[in-house]
Design a protein. Structure first.
Length: 187
């Protein structure tokens, strides 16, 4: 029984950590917390089976925190994102400019004319006007290591089908200014 509890605890904890750390959206993060809950219950069982009170109490608290994470990411945040998605969809068929959720910018792929260019990591907007000045797009690398950050002016982009689209080729994208990770342009 101890071996089973230990195996479930280890696999669930590692899998859940990968899911939450990958930042793939509220639903994946919420499912990660669900798997974390399975892991914390397995650790709790292991603590009870092996008479380790510190492990027991730690995982009683962790189970509570994981349940909060499930509520936060599958309950509250998912409903907020559903509301934003519904508003964006409705705006497509009403007069005026179509809307998009600004949260899309922190996870959107950026497509060019001939290929995917990268992933938007953030945007800079005017404090008074609220207008987006530019976005920073990451290309290459693995999990942030070895990636190149490039600045793209907002005027060169538009939102279509839940992603950013640029009217430029991959070679034109490579001409965009490289942004230092810790020093972004102020204008």
């Amino acid at each position: 029984m101890e071996t089973l509890a230990s195996s479930v605890a280890t696999v669930a904890t590692v899998l859940a950590a990968c899911m939450t750390a990958s930042n793939l959206g509220s639903r994946i993060t919420g499912y990660g917390f669900g798997i974390f809950t399975i892991g914390s219950i397995a650790w709790l069982a292991l603590g009870l089976l092996t008479s380790q009170p510190a492990l027991v109490w730690t995982n009683i608290v962790m189970t509570g925190l994981n349940i909060f994470g499930i509520w936060r990411w599958l309950g509250r945040q998912a409903k907020v994102e559903d509301g934003a998605h519904a508003a964006a969809e409705a705006s497509r068929v009403t007069p005026g400019e179509a809307l998009f959720p600004v949260s899309l910018l922190t996870r959107s792929t950026v497509a060019g004319c001939d290929q995917e260019l990268g992933t938007c990591v953030d945007a800079m907007a005017g404090g008074a006007s609220g207008r987006i000045a530019y976005v920073v797009v990451a290309e290459g690398g693995i999990a942030g290591v070895g990636e190149t950050l490039r600045r793209m002016n907002w005027e060169d982009l538009h939102v279509a089908d839940g992603r950013l689209v640029a009217a430029m080729s991959g070679s034109q994208f490579e001409q965009q200014a490289v942004v230092q990770r810790d020093r972004w342009p102020d204008r």
